[in-house]
Design a protein around this ligand. Sequence first.
Ligand code: GDP
Length: 359
Amino acid sequence: MKAVLVGVGQAGGKLTTALSEFDAEMGFGAVRDALAVNSAVADLDPLPLDTVLVGQSRVNGHGVGGDNELGAEVMDEDAVEVLDALAPKVTADVEAVFVVAGLGGGTGSGGAPVLVRELAAVYDVPIYAIGVLPGRDEGAMYQVNAGRSLKTLVREADATILLDNDAWRSAGESVEGGYAAINESMARRVGLLLAAGEATQGVGESVVDTSEVINTLRAGGMAAVGYGSAPAAEEAGENVNTVISTVRSAVMTGLSLPNATEADAGLVAIAGDPERISRKGAGKARKWLQEGTGSMQVRGGDFPLDSDRLAAVVLLAGVERSRRVEEFLERARQAIRDEEETRPDPAAAFQTDELDDLM
Ligand code: GDP
């Protein structure tokens, strides 16, 4: 999928950089161009990307803190500058625009939904969001911000791919300490998904096409991406179980949103040397995924790559009924209830009714 990325806020900028670098290192060419937007100069400066500073008249380059309503306002006020900077990047061959943000902060949390709305009004291509969910120990403000941002994003974006910081923490990595490693791992998942339809070497009818990725995301709502890989034998016939177990591990331990077990649609791309890819294994793995997630449809195919390993990239779309999403939303609602209890002014309780829209 030929894509343009827009990173909003600190996490958005860093993740967009990681995605652009992964795509360039792999030589995929799926990431056509990228832009970083922030209200904090200090977070834009170190990025190797074109940048737009928003909200300068309001916060003077110092950022919005954790105030995502202010983040939404400054994006709204300066949207034209962002659209102007983006216009030359979104060329006629671009197939989608991705707005990337951490949902728990201020600029990305508030700005991303506003920017998605603006982009959807201007472009015919799908506008997707990539949202980072805060870990469960990140504090109430992050949960509330992410809950409100996610609610609005799901309404405005064609689909929202969720990357849960907890998914990486539970893999034994410290979230705070290991952002660089986490971002690389997140970038590999999303980067492979974007590149899956771009593979042109050894084109055959079983190769995954960009339109299949887009059609899978058409289920809308929230989506998750999984990844798993394993060494492979030289003959496809010997790799039936390797393909099946790689797909299973992509879903069971390698998903960007753990336990997203119910989905409306799925896609399985088996990456590797087409000579080594067991079509029988791929067929069985798709059937397993279809039954396991209750998906209406699981698409799939090869992603030809020069490698002696096999990897599985799994996209699950329409995962909002999943236990993981419910848990997160409950965390956000609880944070709002706790906030109301500690608020001295009883009238203020009426101002936040569960998860309000940001706009
Ligand atoms: P903003 O600059 O105001 O948009 O705020 P941030 O981008 O710092 O958003 C804060 C949220 O993003 C928190 O939930 C953090 O856990 C998360 N976050 C911040 N930086 C990173 C990062 O580099 N990688 C990842 N995965 N998450 C991050």
